[in-house]
Design a binder for this molecule. Sequence first.
Ligand SMILES: *[C@@H]1O[C@H](CO)[C@@H](O)[C@H](O)[C@H]1NC(C)=O
Ligand SMILES: *[C@@H]1O[C@H](CO)[C@@H](O)[C@H](O)[C@H]1NC(C)=O
Ligand SMILES: *[C@@H]1O[C@H](CO)[C@@H](O)[C@H](O)[C@H]1NC(C)=O
Ligand SMILES: *[C@@H]1O[C@H](CO)[C@@H](O)[C@H](O)[C@H]1NC(C)=O
Length: 461
Amino acid sequence: MILNDLFLSLGLLTLATPSFALPHNTGPKDHGEGGFIKFQNFIAGVTDATYDKWAHTAVQNSTAFQEMRSHILTMYDGIGEVTHSFIYDNEYGDCVDVNKQPSLRLQGIDHIAPTPLDSTCSEKGKGGQGPQVQSVDSPLKLDLKDSFGNVVFCRNLTIPFARLTLEKLTSFRTLGHFFSKGNDTEPAIGDFEEDEDGGHSSRRELTKRGDEPHLYAVAGQYTKNFGGNSWLNLWNPVGDFSLSQQWYVGGSGDDLQTVEGGWVVYPNKFKTKNAVLFIFYTADNYKKKKCWNLDCAAFVQTSKNWFLGRGFTHYSASGGGQWGFEMQWKLVGGNWWLYLKGPGAYEAVGYYPTKLYGTGQLSKYAEKLEYGGEVTRDAGHAWPQMGSSALPSTGFGHAAYQHTIYYTLRDEPGGVGAWATLSPTVIGSTSCWNINVTQAAVGGSWGTHFYWGGPGGKTCN
Ligand SMILES: *[C@@H]1O[C@H](CO)[C@@H](O)[C@H](O)[C@H]1NC(C)=O
Ligand SMILES: *[C@@H]1O[C@H](CO)[C@@H](O)[C@H](O)[C@H]1NC(C)=O
Ligand SMILES: *[C@@H]1O[C@H](CO)[C@@H](O)[C@H](O)[C@H]1NC(C)=O
Ligand SMILES: *[C@@H]1O[C@H](CO)[C@@H](O)[C@H](O)[C@H]1NC(C)=O
């Protein structure tokens, strides 16, 4: 009964709210009528916005609404003029002056750190993609134009900034929910909690975290590291929240800290059913100090080429093309640098200053690496597909994978990494998803790698 009502009202809501509509219809006050919304008009809309116009959204109450509104205005206050904007995959990208980005101003950083010389390479040559695999390039490097004729790229000394709209923020109850992974604003109790034996943290008791538990198929290793690397096969699993990512983790309890990144399907947040490129961090076990991409003042982006929070031009197909990209995190010179690689060479994209982590573990180095998939769902919905939706046993061309998984041994530019030795962990039913790890010694040109994923379903936890 209650569930039926819920489905009904969700169905009606979907029709009535503009979540998946074209960006130029993205909600009251936030837009012009029909045309391309210039940055200045967008800001004016937020400045004038009042709760009564947004009361029909998910936002909890007027206090939560005002918190969202002032977050947007604080982030954009002082970024100066935006001379170029575009739309890609239903998302506005504003090209913001790299030296005026919110992460510098609001964290009191005077100068952007110099880009370190090189990423870390793998032990045996450069690792390899193997046959039949293609790397997606950033759409910002492909000379695209949007339907308004705007070029889809940012010029030198500007960075692509996914527009923080009220429409996006009010899809959540509070600002804290907007920053969270899923709908949990509670500490991720048990997410990486201490084992009684061995003193290592592990993922247990996940039902304590937020509305619905987060479930996983991951592979990890406890080892001192300064980041690591993997090539992530790219898919569009169906569901409320499903991702493929890397975690670099340190500390425990309330002091647990992470650097994370990969791709995620998360329609309520990103307003697309496509997997999008993302990064995430927490400095306090997912409580207050956390956020995605450039949503809060944290990550300093230095490259004009990569659009955080947006999708790609190609995704893999079962029995068809296998697409993906390579990601590396590297703690070097006091910053956690992100590198991304399409068909070309690795590019430094930007960094989380270690200052974000205070005196916590990730200000020094990480203690654990982890790679794989995480899902959660809205109450009453099926568990999402994970990876390609095929189980690992279906192998290449069907199951999703990450390969070329190695970690960085010290704080130095360049250097040679060490192949990871990964142990699998599945949380949830192994008929919903699973993971099959192959270590580097027998991993051929892929080095350490795994196949993972599965169909999800009604009963997975
Ligand atoms: C908004 O909701 C929060 C949390 O439930 C509550 O503490 C606060 O008092 C509410 N504010 C208003 C104005 O209703
Ligand atoms: C942008 O920067 C690159 C690299 O520094 C340089 O080669 C190029 O000429 C610049 N382009 C413009 C339009 O200034
Ligand atoms: C989170 O909460 C919002 C608003 O209550 C809801 O619409 C959304 O589907 C929820 N789920 C996720 C995974 O964000
Ligand atoms: C796991 O992967 C190995 C190596 O690719 C393969 O031989 C084995 O059959 C796989 N096991 C399962 C259960 O998929």
